[in-house]
Design a protein around this ligand. Structure first.
Ligand code: GTP
Ligand code: MG
Length: 306
C-alpha cells in the first residue's frame, strides 16, 4: 500500500497490521513548517505568553515535543481544543494526568464564549504573576502579547476570531490554511500573533501519524484516505462502538474491517459502473462522518503511567 507522495518527507511503503497500526511512519513536514518553526523561535522573546493549541482527542500526540523545551522558557498555556468531540470519560483521565504535570492547561470548545473568557482570565493571571516576579509594581492590566501555535487544523484561527470577536483570520476545515505569521489586535490591551500550523519533524510513535491523519492535522492528499479510514474502522470495532453500528446500520462487529467497509459501500450506494464497490468513496465518507463527530466522542491513546 503506497502513501500518496508529494514533495514531503515520507517513508516508502506502509502496511496495516491486524490491529490497524502501521509498520512504518507517517508524517508531514513540508518546507513552510521548518521556516515557521524558525520564525516562532525568533518571535518568542517578543511575546508574554504562548498558547499551544492541541486536539482534545489526542492530548499528547497533538503536542509538539520538539518545541516543548523552548516553550518551557516562556509562560505557556496548553489549550486542548474541540473537547466537544472528545470522550468525556477520557478527558477526565487526561485532566488527572495534566494536573500532575504542572504546565497550565485547559480543555476547551473554542466556540463557547464563556470558556474563551476563562482562557483569557487565566492567561492574564499567568502573565501578571510572571511580571510581578521581575517588577512588583506592575499594573495588572498592562498590555499583553500572545502567540498562538500548534498542529495544523487544531483551531488556532477559530480561537483568534473568537477572541477578537470578528473575522480576523481565515478558518478552514483543512490543515495548512495559515502559512505566514500574522499580528492581530484583539483589543487595546491584547495583541496576538497567529502562526502557521506546525508538525514536529518526527512523530514519537508510528500510530500517532494515523491518529493525526484521522483528525485531519495531516491532509488526506498526503496519506490518502484508506489508511486513516481503515484505522478508524478497526478502532471503532475494538471499542464495539454503538454510535458506529447505529450510523452504518451494522448488527455487530463480528466481521473483518474489510467486510464492514464493503457493507457500508452497499448501504450508502457507493458503487462504480458495473456494480463494483467504490471503496475510495467509503473511506472519504467514514473520515467525513468521524470529523463531524457523527461517530461519537473519542480519544486516541491513554495517559502515560507516570
Ligand atoms: N467541533 C469543533 N470544531 C472546531 C473547533 N475549533 C475549530 N474547529 C474547526 O476546525 C477546523 C480548523 O480550524 P482553524 O481555526 O482553521 O484551524 P487552524 O489551527 O488555524 O489551522 P491551520 O491554519 O491549518 O494550522 C475548522 O473547520 C473549524 O471550524 C471546536 O472547538 N470544535
Ligand atoms: Mg490557521
Amino acid at each position: 500500500m503506497k502513501m500518496k507522495d508529494r514533495n514531503l518527507k515520507l517513508t516508502d511503503d506502509i502496511e496495516l497490521t491486524p490491529d490497524g497500526l502501521v509498520s512504518s511512519g507517517i508524517n508531514w513536514y513540508p518546507g513552510h513548517m521548518a521556516k515557521a518553526i524558525r520564525e516562532i523561535k525568533e518571535k518568542l522573546t517578543t511575546v508574554d505568553i504562548v498558547f499551544e493549541v492541541r486536539d482534545a482527542r489526542a492530548p499528547l500526540a497533538s503536542g509538539n515535543k520538539m518545541l516543548e523545551s523552548t516553550l518551557r522558557q516562556k509562560s505557556y498555556l496548553i489549550l486542548l481544543n474541540k473537547v466537544n468531540l472528545a470522550s468525556p470519560n477520557m478527558v477526565q483521565q487526561w485532566e488527572a494526568w495534566f494536573d500532575k504535570q504542572g504546565t497550565p492547561y485547559m480543555f476547551i470548545d473554542c466556540n463557547d464564549r464563556g470558556t474563551m473568557k476563562k482562557v483569557m482570565d487565566l492567561a492574564r493571571q499567568i502573565v501578571h504573576k510572571k511580571r510581578l516576579e521581575s517588577n512588583p509594581d506592575m499594573a495588572p492590566k498592562a498590555k499583553m502579547r500572545l502567540m498562538i501555535l500548534g498542529l495544523p487544523n487544531t483551531g488556532k484561527s477559530t480561537i483568534i476570531n473568537q477572541l477578537a470577536n470578528r473575522h480576523a483570520t481565515k478558518v478552514a476545515d483543512k490543515p495548512g490554511q495559515t502559512q505566514v505569521q500574522q499580528l492581530i489586535v484583539i483589543d487595546k490591551d491584547v495583541d496576538l500573533l497567529d502562526t502557521p500550523g506546525v508538525m514536529p519533524p518526527s512523530l514519537a510513535k508510528e500510530e500517532h501519524g494515523l491518529w493525526l491523519s484521522a483528525l485531519n492535522a495531516i491532509p488526506d492528499d498526503i496519506v490518502g484516505e484508506e489508511l486513516p479510514a481503515m484505522f478508524l474502522v478497526n478502532f471503532f470495532k475494538n471499542l464495539n462502538s454503538k454510535e458506529f453500528k447505529d450510523k452504518y446500520k451494522l448488527e455487530n462487529f463480528d466481521q473483518s474491517a474489510e467486510a464492514i467497509v464493503e457493507k457500508i459501500a452497499v448501504l450508502r450506494g457507493c458503487l462504480k459502473q458495473k456494480g463494483q464497490l467504490d471503496l475510495e468513496r467509503v473511506y472519504k465518507l467514514i473520515l467525513s462522518d468521524f470529523r463531524k463527530g457523527d461517530l461519537g466522542k473519542v480519544c486516541f491513546g491513554i495517559p502515560p503511567k507516570d
